[in-house]
Design a protein around this ligand. Structure first.
Ligand code: SF4
Length: 471
């Protein structure tokens, strides 16, 4: 069967983007993709100014470590995009569509270059003491390929890559179309990158027996391998196939790898060591509070905005903290939180105090660090309940250690990973409670109680097996 020829035009998508303002109940949504989750203090202030002038001022950290502005005013879309691009938040330069709105073909290309900037790295990449490799350079190289190779703009706006340097602070439960993870080379040489498709890296002791690496490549060949794989995906993806898992449903991984190797002038590395390799466990709590970096006397300090939402005041405040106490940059995380990197020891206490004063939770003991909620009925027409307000109500009743995801409908926009408990809205103020007992378990897990109020849900959570109160 001859390969399908993909269109250069971006695939249809309802995902918000920099210049594609998606409609919502509370106004438009503009998503700003941040390379490696990084935002300079200057950009943070420009983004706050734009959110104040052209939108509602609500700024959300997304579960892919990006930012999105809610409540974009009708008629202000173009000015908003222009302000963000002027702040250097575009895919690389000013979109042609802004310079010449009557050139639709170039407009589509610019939009597509924004859409495909989907690479996740650890928010502590290059700084984490446990890391085997610094993924920032590789991420930059692949982002540049995604920007400049227009054929790759045909990828779905949801098609995403994970570059895992082996950091202790890492999101490993969020499935990606392609993942690469640093592993030690058997000869003690520079680390290799093991890789896999449509899933997550295997983790020691996690019980994910179905997770294994397909093969590995040396770091210096990883970017070329990614490019070959992306082109192979586009060669083989027929109509309706937009994600790697869709392609794997009709083509096996070995066949894909044969196509990839035909594009390369180096072999993929395969042996028992690579197949048996598991990365060291991660610790998501390191996103909160202060933790030492690889370099002596430097720390990162992190906090969780309540339910992932900032406002213009808190974003400007974070920019000030970054300038005065850190390295003048911020890092967004896939837990919808914020890190201040490169904080000298002498500034650590002030950084935590500053984050706390801005309303960010800096301790895993704070229940707001264990709750996520989608926009819910105040922001989304599909929402059956006000998940944000209900999550705040639940926070004061949440048992110690319980992690809960509140979703306004089954689409689960807030959680790309699988939360231990999910409250799925069925009516205003009413939820079905789901629990995941083992991995893998489809969807939200199994339903343990129906049509609960928030107070009833809190009582059920206290009685769940494993709850400290239940013991
Ligand atoms: S999960 Fe449903 S209700 Fe919540 S934001 Fe997504 S589509 Fe809307």
């Amino acid at each position: 069967m001859p390969p399908a020829t993909p269109s250069i035009a971006p695939r249809p998508t309802g995902c918000p983007g920099l210049a594609r303002i998606a409609a919502a109940l509370d106004g438009g949504i503009c998503r700003v993709k941040l390379p490696c989750g990084e935002l300079s203090a200057e950009q943070a202030c420009a983004l706050a100014d734009a959110a104040e002038r052209h939108a509602s001022g609500v700024i959300e950290v997304t579960n892919r470590a990006n930012l999105q502005l809610r409540g974009v005013q009708a008629g202000a879309e173009h000015a908003l995009t222009e302000a963000l691009v002027d702040a250097g938040l575009g895919p690389g330069g000013r979109p042609d569509s802004l310079q010449s709105p009557d050139r639709p073909a170039q407009s589509a290309t610019s939009l597509a270059a924004d859409d495909v900037r989907n690479i996740m790295v650890s928010p502590a990449a290059g700084r984490d003491p446990q890391a085997l490799a610094d993924t920032a350079g590789l991420a930059r190289e692949i982002l540049e390929r995604l920007r400049t190779d227009t054929r790759l703009h045909a990828l779905s706006a949801k098609f995403a890559l994970l570059l895992d340097g082996g950091e202790r602070l890492a999101m490993l439960d969020h499935p990606h179309d392609i993942w690469l993870a640093a592993m030690p080379a058997s000869d003690g040489d520079a680390p290799l990158f093991a890789f896999g498709l449509a899933g997550c890296p295997p983790v020691a002791g996690s019980g994910g027996a179905n997770r294994t690496a397909l093969a590995a490549v040396p770091l210096q060949q990883a970017s070329a391998w990614v490019a070959a794989l992306l082109h192979t995906f586009l060669d083989l993806a027929g109509p309706g196939i937009t994600r790697m898992r869709d392609l794997l449903a009709v083509r096996c991984a070995d066949e894909l790898m044969r196509h990839v190797e035909a594009r390369l002038d180096f072999p993929l590395l395969r042996d028992e060591t690579i197949g048996a390799w598991r990365r060291a466990p991660a610790d998501a709590s390191l996103r909160l509070g202060a933790h030492p970096q690889r370099t002596e006397d430097l720390w990162h300090a992190g906090g969780q905005p309540p339910l992932g939402r900032l406002n213009v005041t808190s974003l400007r405040g974070l920019a000030t903290l970054a300038r005065e106490l850190g390295n003048a940059t911020l890092r967004m995380t896939p837990w919808q939180s914020v890190l201040l990197p490169d904080v000298p020891s002498c500034n650590v206490a002030a950084a935590i105090a500053g984050l706390t004063a801005l309303g960010l939770a800096c301790s895993p003991d704070d229940p707001l660090t264990r709750l996520i909620a989608c926009a819910g009925s105040t922001g989304c027409a599909k929402g059956l309940a006000d998940t944000k307000a209900d999550a705040v109500r639940l926070a004061s009743r949440l048992p110690a250690g319980a992690e809960v995801h509140l979703s306004g409908c089954p689409r689960s926009c807030a959680a790309a990973h699988c939360a231990p408990h999910t409250l799925l809205a069925v009516a205003p103020g009413r939820y079905d409670l789901y629990r995941r007992d083992a991995q893998p378990e489809p969807g939200f897990g199994h339903c343990v109680a129906r049509h609960l109020t928030i107070d009833e849900a809190a009582a059920h959570l206290r009685r769940q097996p494993g709850s400290p109160i239940d013991a």
